[in-house]
Design a protein around this ligand. Structure first.
Ligand code: HEM
Length: 442
């Protein structure tokens, strides 16, 4: 067996001590390659390098046109189907009896070893990786946090914090918008939802970043090292979980989990899984939408101009930003039976990725999908929040945070000017921006 195969083999076996760098080397590609230059069957849109270098777009364009339900046999994530058109994505997402989210079958993200081969301590059951009825029972426990009524109560606090963050930004000097604004606002929000001290928000952000970067050699030599950080997250929340059980129920996520019969007896792995779901769900996605808005407006000066002339467009612009960025690039499922999508035969057990990032650029469904237009007639027509039983439970909170931050930005600054290239996340799951250098001039 060659050196490369052995790294691949170890990865497939779920060996958490395999080197992240060696895995990337074993599957190295030139991220700039033209997808039209290779045989169709070799197109592998899940390769993280395409996302890190922002060269993913023509890969999906080709698939939507030539092979909208596409099979990739050999990839870093094993064999998988790509569903790239809006309507097919909606079909898969709304048929959970055929396409399962179950963690033990492979869960909701491409990658990771088969769960049966994974050491118990590295498995993360969570309600997004369950099917009904367990999924529905656990989702109901936290859903009250995200009702319009509760969000209306939270809004003044978010507005005050947004104002405070923006008022303290440097003027006439370059800084990283992602850290200074996007991460700060969403980190403070998370600490509020969990009711943990605001000083601890950097820990939450660190654990969220750990999940997004667990396979990235710039962060961790091996996935095992990333898990060591996540076990600290477990220790932190286990203390809160046990303490909240002994107190009267309160309106925060940990207390809700601690008191409901469907979630008050979770294993450590399940507690960690559900906490990470809420951390990553509430943090990375909204954070990346906040950063993406600044970038999209800078790349489309006519739209920035339109916004300056009419800040009343913000409620229409917010869903357009969420479509444009598609902060969750894909969600995966496992076929529970032999079935068909768009005429292609999918076998029981096959892994299927719904590429929201591609559905949002589907030219047969969305007019001028490759243009960022802040006053689209129908801006909510996008797949970024998914559909069906797993549709994002925090979508209204995300939109509210985005509305508030943009209203407060427009009250204060004539322009947030991007002055360098963005640095993208090396991930084909979370479509994210790590760094965005900007200047705000007086
Ligand atoms: C722009 C921001 C956001 C985007 C794009 C986004 C996207 C998504 C997507 C695509 C799903 C899966 C949908 C499916 O499988 O059909 C999801 C589920 C979820 N999201 Fe969000 N999300 C965002 C913000 C939030 C926020 C602020 C929270 C709050 C904590 C949150 C919590 C969750 C949870 C808990 C689930 C699992 C729902 C379930 O399985 O029933 N998300 N989100």
């Amino acid at each position: 067996m060659s050196e490369q195969e052995s790294v691949k083999e170890r990865m497939r076996r779920g060996d958490m001590t395999v080197s992240n760098r060696e895995v990337l080397e074993a599957y190295a590609i030139d991220p700039q390659y033209d997808p039209y230059s290779i045989p169709l069957e070799q197109v592998d849109p899940a390769h993280p390098a395409l996302f890190e270098h922002d060269t993913l777009w023509p890969h999906f364009e080709r698939l939507r046109k030539e092979d909208p339900v596409h099979y990739t046999e050999d990839s870093m994530f094993g064999p998988y189907w790509s569903v790239t058109r809006y309507k097919d994505i909606m079909y898969v997402d709304t048929h959970h009896k055929i396409f399962s989210s179950q963690e033990r079958l492979g869960g909701i993200a491409l990658g990771g070893p088969p769960p049966e081969e994974t050491d118990e301590q590295y498995r993360l059951p969570m309600f997004i990786q369950e099917d009904p009825p367990k999924h529905d029972e656990q989702r109901k426990v936290v859903a009250p946090m995200f009702t319009p009524r509760n969000l209306a109560e939270l809004e003044p606090l978010i507005r005050e914090r947004a104002g405070h963050i923006l008022d303290n930004l440097p003027r006439n000097e370059e800084f990283n918008w992602v850290r200074a604004v996007s991460v700060e606002l969403t980190g403070q929000m998370l600490a509020t939802l969990f009711d943990v001290p605001q000083e601890d928000r950097m820990k939450l952000i660190h654990w969220s970043d750990t999940v997004s970067n667990i396979g990235n050699p710039d962060y961790f030599e091996t996935p095992e090292q990333g898990f060591m950080e996540l076990f600290q997250c477990l220790a932190y929340f286990q203390e809160y979980y046990e303490a909240r059980k002994k107190e009267e129920p309160e309106f925060n996520l940990i207390s809700m989990l601690a008191h409901d019969p469907h979630t008050n007896n979770m294993t450590p792995q399940e507690l960690l899984g559900n906490v990470l779901l809420l951390i990553v769900g509430g943090n990375d996605t909204t954070r990346n939408s906040i950063s993406a808005g600044v970038l999209a407006l800078n790349n489309n000066p006519d739209q920035y101009q339109k916004l300056m002339q009419n800040p009343g467009l913000i409620p229409k612009m917010v869903p357009e930003i969420v479509r444009w960025q598609s902060p969750v690039a894909h969600m995966a499922r496992t076929a529970l039976e032999d079935t068909e999508i768009g005429g292609k035969k999918i076998k029981k057990g096959d892994r299927v990725a719904m590429w929201y990032i591609s559905g949002n650029r589907d030219e047969t469904q969305i007019e001028n999908p490759n243009q960022f237009i802040i006053d689209r007639p129908n801006p909510r027509q996008h797949v970024s929040f998914g559909f069906g039983v797993h549709r994002c439970v925090g979508n209204r909170l995300a939109e509210m945070q985005l509305n508030v931050i943009w209203q407060e930005i427009m009250k204060r600054f004539p322009k947030v000017e991007v002055v360098g290239d963005p640095v993208y996340l090396q991930s084909s799951f979370i479509h994210g921006i790590r760094e965005l250098p900007v200047i705000i001039r007086d």
